[in-house]
Design a protein around this ligand. Structure first.
Ligand code: PGA
Length: 249
C-alpha cells in the first residue's frame, strides 16, 4: 500500500514564541504540499502561538515530549491532556537527546507512548544506535529491542497509527547522514520487527521516518527508499530549506 510521507521538523530548544510565529509564517507557503503530512514539533512554550500562526495551513503542530502521568506533582512536566486541549496531534517520544540528557529509558518511552495513544496523540517513537554499537554490529538487535519495549501493551490497531523515527545517534546534528542504503536497511528491519509482532497489515501501514542530518540535498534519495516514509529533521527544519525537504520530489 502507498503510505503517505510524513516530514516532521524537530525544533529542539530553538526559537522563542515570537521567533516561532515568524518561522511558521515564513515556512507556511513553502511547505504547502498536500501529498505529505507536515509537522512542526516545537518547544512547549511555542505550541500555542505556533498553532495560531499555522491556522488554515497544512502544518500540524507537535510537541517534543510529554509526561506519562495524568496530572499532579511533577514540576516542570507537561501532560497529554494539556497538549490535546490546545490541538496538538503529534509528540516526539524517546528522542536520543532525551535518553542521553534526561535519563529516558525504553521503559519510560513505553509509558509515554501508551499515554500519548490513550489521548489520541500520534507518537513519533524514536530509536537509534550509537557509533560504537554500530561498529560492534549490534544495530539491528538493539533497534529491535528498543521497538519491542516501546510497543509493549500497544495493540495492533493502535500501533498502525503511530510513527517510528529511526535516528542513528552518530548522524544527528553531525552533518554525517547515514547512506540511503544504511537507513533503508534499518527501516526495513524495523518493519520486519513490526510484522513479527503485529502482522503484515500493521507493518504495511505504519510509517517509519529516517532522521539524522536530513537536508535538502539528501532528502530525495532517502525518501525514495521503500521503507523510508519521510524524515524527522532537526537543524534543517529551522530554515527555508525545510520547504525543499517537504517538496523533495
Ligand atoms: P538533525 O537532527 O537533523 O539536526 O541531525 C535530527 C533529530 O535529532 O531529530
Amino acid at each position: 500500500m502507498a503510505r503517505k510521507k510524513i516530514v516532521a521538523g524537530n525544533w529542539k530548544m530553538n526559537k522563542s514564541p515570537s521567533e516561532a510565529v515568524a518561522l511558521v509564517n515564513e515556512l507556511k507557503p513553502l511547505v504547502a504540499n498536500q501529498e505529505v503530512d507536515v509537522v512542526f514539533c516545537v518547544p512547549s512554550i511555542d505550541i500555542i502561538p505556533a498553532l495560531e500562526a499555522a491556522k488554515g495551513s497544512n502544518i500540524e503542530i507537535g510537541a517534543q515530549n510529554l509526561y506519562f502521568e495524568e496530572s499532579g506533582a511533577y514540576t516542570g512536566e507537561i501532560s497529554a491532556t494539556m497538549l490535546t486541549d490546545v490541538g496538538v496531534k503529534y509528540v516526539v517520544i524517546g528522542h536520543s537527546e532525551r535518553r542521553e540528557y534526561f535519563a529516558e529509558t525504553d521503559e519510560t518511552v513505553n509509558k509515554k507512548v501508551l499515554k500519548a495513544i490513550e489521548h489520541g496523540i500520534t507518537p513519533i517513537v524514536c530509536c537509534g544506535e550509537t557509533l560504537t554499537q554500530r561498529e560492534q554490529g549490534i544495530t539491528i538487535d538493539l533497534i529491535r529491542q528498543q521497538i519491542k519495549i516501546a510497543y509493549q501493551n500497544v495493540s495492533a490497531d493502535q500501533a498502525k497509527t503511530t510513527v517510528i523515527a529511526y535516528e542513528p545517534i552518530w548522524a544527528i546534528g553531525t552533518g554525517k547522514t547515514a547512506t540511503s542504503d544504511q537507513a533503508q536497511e534499518v527501516c526495513a528491519a524495523i518493519r520486519t520487527c513490526i510484522r513479527e509482532v503485529y502482522g503484515a497489515a500493521v507493518a504495511d501501514e505504519i510509517r517509519i521516518q529516517y532522521g539524522g542530518s536530513v537536508n535538502d540535498s539528501n532528502a530525495a534519495e532517502l525518501f525514495a527508499k521503500g521503507d523510508i516514509d519521510g524524515g524527522l529533521v532537526g537543524g534543517a527544519s529551522l530554515k527555508a530549506d525545510f520547504g525543499k525537504i517537504v517538496n523533495y520530489k
